[in-house]
Design a protein around this ligand. Sequence first.
Ligand SMILES: NC(=O)c1ccc[n+]([C@@H]2O[C@H](COP(=O)([O-])OP(=O)(O)OC[C@H]3O[C@@H](n4cnc5c(N)ncnc54)[C@H](O)[C@@H]3O)[C@@H](O)[C@H]2O)c1
Length: 438
Amino acid sequence: MTQKISIEPASGKLGILTPGMGAVATTLYAGVFAIRKGNTPPIGSVTQMGHIRLGKRTENRNPLIKEFVPLTDLNDIVFGGWDPYSDNAFEAASKAGVLNDKDLAEHKKELSAIKPMPAVFDKDWVTKLENTDNVKTAKTKWDYAEALREDMRNFKKTHNCSRLVMVWCASTEAYRPASAVHKTLQSFEAGLKSNDVAIAPSQIYAYAALKEGVPFANGAPNITCDTPAILELAAQNKVPVCGKDFKSGQTLMKTILAPGFKARMLGLSGWFSTNILGNRDGEVLDAPENFKSKEVSKLSVLETILQADAYPDLYKNLYHKVRINYYPPRGDNKESWDNIDIFGWMGYPMQIKVNFLCRDSILAAPIALDLALFMDLAKRAGKHGIQEWLSFYLKSPQVAEGLYPEHDLFIQQTKLKNTLRHWMGEELITHLGNEYYE
Ligand SMILES: NC(=O)c1ccc[n+]([C@@H]2O[C@H](COP(=O)([O-])OP(=O)(O)OC[C@H]3O[C@@H](n4cnc5c(N)ncnc54)[C@H](O)[C@@H]3O)[C@@H](O)[C@H]2O)c1
């Protein structure tokens, strides 16, 4: 048994702030309004629907997670956000085309009241977005960070929040690896003041959040928090961070299937994944530099699950390819195809086809909610820096330097639940079970 740690109660209101008020963010807001009204159960949300087994199987203790750990009640959430387009959340949700007219009409009043704060936006990082009309202007990146900090303080005051958390739901930025300016907090702050071109908008949001003591979760594949400078700030101000890239559709399937093949020692010679999607995310990803960010995030998954070095006969020659095709007629209703070439006993080949007709934002919204609630919990529990236990939700989990990320969904789930047990002073579950037979 471990010692229960002290966690501050979730009293007062929690402001969930989303840079980006597009498909995922507005689906998140509308879903929470629908749940509050009792129109739908919180499907897909582990914090709301998940149970956690405690103690031995014979004890029959299996509370809801939200009753086991002190999470913020959905009625105590206030939403806000930034976007370079001035559409309120109702207008943005209508354009995103995820929810039907009936659901939109039902929550029109609450959604219309969420108006985006002017964004820190730089077209250089998201070339496909044209005609933006809600963008901040300032002399330096430092001034932009200051403006975001002021937005957060004003939001907290106006909406009477006791705490804030930020979840990046904005477009995927161009792929540009970290550079010298990201090495230390000092060099990063100097770079903010000198308008260093290597500092992306998402990094300015993350910096501003951490300066305000606001936890930051990254739903896109940008390297936002994966730099020594941002981690130094997170440590200094004792704020949790996590990322990156919501694990919603095709990659979710990959991290369910691949661990199964590996568990059975089945070989893989090829995995070809292709998608069509027609939402704004798809349009942004149509630019090669932005697709590169996504590709890096999507490709890393199989490598670490399969461990080709340890299993060369099974995975050494795997050919893994991921394609994303922008195809407007489908809107947010992405379709993905996976052709998986596997081989078995005596090397005989077999094929598996997965055709997933998914709804991207329907899968991503509960992930954004859970990340917000768990990041707030982590902060109240005195945790800071990288929250690896939230890997479960992410395509490209951030981990401490020198570690490889854990991608297997079921190991990730065990890690998440054991973390909660550990914090609450409950025994960790190892599934050994000797005691039932001795
Ligand atoms: N939908 C999914 O299932 C899913 C899964 C994994 C990751 N993601 C990522 O989540 C993010 C959001 O996805 P989406 O489908 O909602 O996309 P979206 O294009 O509908 O919404 C993104 C919004 O961000 C805004 N934006 C762009 N730059 C901004 C900035 N600097 N500051 C504030 N707002 C900015 C855009 O105007 C847009 O309204 C994307 O990066 C996407 O790659 C989505």
